[in-house]
Structures are given as structure tokens and as C-alpha cells.
Design a protein. Structure first.
Length: 415
């Protein structure tokens, strides 16, 4: 039986869409300012310029005038020996770009990230101490999608997650210089735990510590990729900091042999629930799994995971599975089950590979075991399955890198 026929649930995107990481090409010399004003000379030269009625204010504009692959994050106007009085930035179609002037009037930056493949114009005016005006203009075109790559990262900025949540970044283009890209990414914890990155392939880079994150700690992801060449001719520009908090230390253990689920917090048992795991023909994966998505109700169609008849119809098609939480990319879920008899829970393993808890149709009874577990679980919680007849889940099948030894994990780092 192929592995795809061993999973229940629905095959869908892993949902690792907490945020978007943009990495783009920048032109050579793109960080050089655009300025036609002479550089600062001696005081005598300044006095001479003033005497001739020429402003001593010097305006500089980034990116460089005429740049064709400009960064989408580096636009900035600055002035020396004066203050900015007016800055206007527009897109090629005339749309104004909002910006913010610093409190001292010496710099201006756009309020939002620029668009790719877009031509921009900037005009700026400044005054010196004598009230004399200086003017500067510039235009440039930002990097195209063909010269940039995007990475989706999880978890989201400001979120609270379980102790098993890794930082996972998925790039939409294969990275050829893994060392350069990883060197521009730092993940640290307020707990002081060592955090190491592991490349599963050229497009996926995950970070985690040796053991689960410490409860209550704060994890910081720093992206310093501006100017980093990840692929030949493709450069990063992202400068971003993301923080998330680790919640209570909850770990759930599913014993497929005893058909029970035990929830612990800080090592103490808080709940035991009877379950029905994968049948002998389609057993549940063993191993440490991390909840990556939660749905109060969702559709599960067997045809999407290999359980289909000759007509292509799924062996099952349940449109309203209650309290479902994803454990793998391939379709392993822990979810409520209203179609099974009450007598199967704790007695018989009947599923196509998922872990089922007693529940009701409509997901509207908070007293059901499926509802309790859903209400008391968060993204990043660990669910350990043991004593199943199946193999251990692959570390890259979901957010499940905990099934890899620390030595093997560190061997997958490029730095």
C-alpha cells in the first residue's frame, strides 16, 4: 500500500502562511544615493555658496537614480546642513506613496514596502539655516518577480504557540547558496536555548532547539537578508524582526494499543480521553507531531489522499468533520468523530490513519471529548503517538522535525 493511501483527512497546503518573507534582487550600486549637490567642503566654501544665494542643504535619495532592479525596502531621502520641507513619491501611474518625516526633519521614508516591477519618482525640497531652498529628483524601477524569491514563514508575529512549534520558512525558489541565506537569519530565545537551522531541501529551512521550547519564553526571528545572494543574480532585501511567545507546556500522548489519549501540562496529567486510532489496515503514524492547523469544522474526502474507487469517488466524504487539527502534510488529523458508535472509543481502532475522539455533528456541544481537546489545544502543541503498527512519521511531513536526533538536525545546518 502506498504511503498516500495510509492517511486520512484532506490533502491541502500545510497552511504555513503566518506571514510572507520577500527576498529581492537589488541593482549594483543600488544603495548609492542620488544627489547632484557638491559634497561638503570647507567653511569658506559654505560661506561662499551662501553669499551667492545657493542653498547649503544637500539632499540624497536612495535607491540610485536610474536603478532598474532597486530594492523594495531601501527607499529613503536624507538631507545634511538643512531640513526637508517637502517630499513627494509617486508610482508610474501617478499614485502617491505615503511616507513619514523624521522628527528632526532630516530624513523621510515610505510607510509601506514598495511594489515589485514598479517605476517610482521622488522629488524633494529642503531649506538651509538661511532659508535657501535645495531641490532634488530621482526615479528608479524596483526588482521584478523573476529576480526575487518569496519565503512564507510560520508562526505569525505576535502569536502564542505550543512548546513544539518550530520556525519554518518555505521559499518559492530553490536556494543555491544555503550558507549565505541561513547566515542572514537568526532565531533566538529568551530562555537562552541553543537554536539551530536545518535544511530539509533547497526550499525549506526550519529552526528549533534541542528540546521543546521553554514555557513562557519569547522567541525572536531576525531576517537580515538585504543584499544576500541566495541564487545567482537574485538578492535578498528583507529586514524584519518577528517575535512570538511560547504558551503553557502541554504535551499529548496517544497510545494506539490502549486506545487512550493523555494530556499533560508541565508533566502532570490533566485529562485522559478514549480514542479510536488507525485500523490495522491503515494504522496511524508513530512519532512526535505538531499541530499546524485548527478547524472547528472541515471537509475530509478520501479521494484527496488515495482512498478512491474506480470511479474516482472517495471511500469517505465527510463534509463537516468537527474539531479537526492537522498533524501532517499528508493528511493525518486528530479530530472529533460523530459517525462512529460510542462503543468504538477506547475499544477499537477504526480510522484511515487519523486519531478520532467522540463528538457530535455540528461541533456545538462543548462537553464532548472532541470539543474539550480542541478548546484546550493551540497551534504548536505536541501530540505523540506510540504503539501503533505503522512507522515513525518523516520529519518533513508537517512540522515534525522533533523525530530527528539533535546530531542529525545540526548536520543539516549550512552554517
Amino acid at each position: 500500500m502506498t504511503e498516500s493511501k495510509r492517511r486520512c483527512g484532506l490533502r491541502a497546503a500545510t497552511g504555513l502562511l503566518g506571514g510572507v518573507l520577500v527576498l529581492s534582487a537589488c541593482s549594483g550600486g543600488g544603495d548609492e544615493p542620488s544627489t547632484t549637490t557638491p559634497s561638503k567642503g570647507s567653511q569658506a566654501q559654505v560661506d561662499e555658496a551662501a553669499a551667492k544665494g545657493v542653498s547649503t542643504a544637500r539632499i540624497a535619495i536612495k535607491p540610485k537614480k536610474g536603478a532598474s532592479n532597486a530594492s523594495i525596502n531601501a527607499a529613503k531621502v536624507t538631507v545634511t546642513d538643512g531640513t526637508l520641507t517637502q517630499v513627494a513619491m509617486t508610482m508610474g501611474d501617478g499614485t502617491e506613496v505615503p511616507g513619514a518625516l523624521s522628527s528632526d526633519g532630516r530624513s523621510w521614508t515610505p510607510k509601506e514596502q514598495l511594489e515589485r516591477s514598479t517605476r517610482y519618482k521622488i522629488s524633494a525640497t529642503a531649506k538651509d539655516n538661511e532659508g535657501l531652498e535645495a531641490h532634488e529628483t530621482s526615479s528608479f524601477t524596483t526588482v521584478s518577480p523573476g529576480n526575487s524569491f518569496i519565503g512564507n514563514f510560520t508562526p505569525e508575529d505576535g502569536s502564542t504557540v505550543g512548546v513544539g512549534m518550530p520556525v519554518s520558512i518555505n521559499f518559492n525558489k530553490a536556494i543555491t547558496d544555503r550558507k549565505a541565506v541561513q547566515s542572514g537569519i537568526t532565531v533566538s530565545s529568551s530562555s537562552g536555548q541553543e537554536v539551530v537551522g536545518h535544511w530539509f531541501n533547497d526550499q525549506r529551512l526550519d529552526f528549533r532547539p534541542d528540546e521543546y521550547w521553554q514555557e513562557g519564553s519569547t522567541v525572536t526571528l531576525e531576517l537580515a537578508l538585504d543584499g544576500v545572494e541566495g541564487v545567482e543574480g537574485v538578492y535578498g532585501v528583507q529586514q524584519k524582526t518577528v517575535t512570538f511567545t511560547i504558551g503553557r507546556n502541554q504535551v499529548t500522548t496517544v497510545d494506539a494499543a490502549t486506545k487512550t489519549l493523555t494530556v499533560t501540562q508541565d508533566g502532570k496529567t490533566v485529562k485522559t480521553i478514549r480514542i479510536s486510532a488507525g485500523s490495522p489496515e491503515t494504522p496511524t503514524y508513530n512519532g512526535q507531531m505538531v499541530i499546524s492547523e485548527r478547524f472547528k469544522e472541515t471537509r475530509m474526502n478520501g479521494a484527496t489522499v488515495g482512498f478512491a474507487d474506480d470511479d474516482g469517488k472517495g471511500e469517505y466524504d465527510i463534509k463537516d468533520v468537527p474539531h479537526a487539527m492537522r498533524l501532517s502534510t499528508s493528511g493525518t488529523f486528530i479530530h472529533g468523530n460523530y459517525w462512529g458508535a460510542d462503543s468504538i472509543f477506547g475499544k477499537v481502532n477504526t480510522s484511515h490513519g487519523c486519531v478520532g475522539l467522540n463528538d457530535v455533528k455540528g461541533a456545538d456541544d462543548p462537553n464532548q471529548p472532541g470539543a474539550w481537546f480542541y478548546d484546550n489545544s493551540i497551534i504548536g502543541d505536541v501530540v505523540i503517538v506510540k504503539n501503533s503498527k505503522d512507522k515513525t512519521i518523516a520529519p518533513d511531513n508537517g512540522l515534525n522535525g522533533w523525530n530527528m536526533s539533535w546530531a542529525r538536525w545540526k548536520a543539516g545546518s549550512a552554517v
